[in-house]
Write a protein that binds this ligand. Structure first.
Ligand code: SF4
Ligand code: SF4
Length: 294
């Protein structure tokens, strides 16, 4: 089965417990202002152009008229680009990147099994992430089932903005859900992500009722959702199967990715300071839920 991905990362240490291999699916149902993987938002394949890596060799211009070198500058006209990937293949310095590979699930599974001994030694496993991986639920299910049957721990990293039927397709093959909460106030959620949070919070409650382990992940973004922490802590205090709470302090490292794919840069300016992160952690403790980790 084919699945659209942006990459596979080995030795990942922030996508669940232990050492993991993470598969990043392409396409997301939310559009968070602070997204640090904007190449995973569109469901369509995209070409990224990284000007700082371009040596102006002209190899791309030789094979496609969408690229031109004019007056020592590289010009990329995307409007007729069919994402055929030919230019990426001839760009030796990797100034051109392709996002949206159609990968075969059998090939992905083979790669995931390669590091089984590292997973076992570190208490790790594999993670399916995105984008929103559960918008390609059949492929997720095929991969997760094979991993589970092979004795490997499985995690699904989701924003939750999917029909619950999609979650049902993977729930029995998933050891832990890494589940994002961005805001409880719906208007704040809409402002931050472009969508309502109703389905997200409903799905979270259903997964909890099902008895699955859940790691809650909270992007912490000053002036966007920092006033939501207390509400999130209260909401979580009513759930039964939370095994971990992770605060993800916002960083602004992704500017170059927005410009590479010619996408409007929506990254917020303000980075959270140490004190505000500590206060957020204390708020969770006040509600008697687990101490958050970073
Ligand atoms: S992906 Fe294909 S069509 Fe698009 S710029 Fe590259 S070679 Fe041209
Ligand atoms: S092939 Fe790559 S390095 Fe060469 S001009 Fe094109 S983008 Fe730049």
């Amino acid at each position: 089965m084919l699945v659209s991905i942006t990459g596979i990362k080995k030795f990942a240490v922030h996508d669940g417990d232990g050492i993991r291999t993470t598969v990043f699916f392409k396409g997301c149902t939310l559009k968070c202002k602070w997204c640090h993987n904007p190449e995973t938002i569109s469901f369509l394949p995209q070409i990224g152009y990284y000007s700082h890596k371009c040596i102006l060799c002209g190899a791309c211009a030789d094979i496609c008229e969408n690229h031109k070198i004019i007056d020592g500058k590289h010009i990329f006209d995307r409007k007729n680009c069919t994402a055929c990937k030919k230019c990426v293949k001839v760009c030796l310095p990797h100034a051109l990147e392709f996002y949206g590979e159609n990968a075969d699930t059998d090939e992905i599974i083979k790669i995931l099994f390669e590091d089984k001994e590292f997973y076992e030694a570190s208490g790790g496993g594999i993670t399916i992430s995105g984008g929103e991986c559960l918008m390609q639920p059949e492929a997720c299910s095929v991969i997760l089932k094979r991993m589970k049957n092979g004795g490997i721990n499985t995690a699904v990293d989701t924003c939750g903005m999917v029909p619950f039927e999609n979650i049902e397709k993977v729930i029995d093959y998933t050891d832990v859900f890494l589940y994002d909460i961005k805001a409880i106030d719906d208007s704040v959620h809409k402002k931050c992500t472009g969508s309502s949070n109703k389905i997200i919070l409903q799905n979270l409650k259903k997964i909890d009722e099902y008895g699955k382990s859940i790691e809650i992940r909270i992007p912490f973004v000053p002036d966007y959702n920092d006033q939501e922490i207390e509400k999130i802590a209260y909401f979580i205090s009513n759930l039964k199967n939370i095994v971990k709470i992770r605060i993800l302090p916002y960083h602004d490292y992704a500017h170059s990715k927005y410009s590479a794919i010619d996408m409007q840069d929506t990254l917020p300016c303000k980075i959270p300071d140490f004190e505000s992160i500590e206060n957020a952690k204390k708020t969770f403790l006040k509600y008697g839920v687990l101490c958050p980790i970073l």
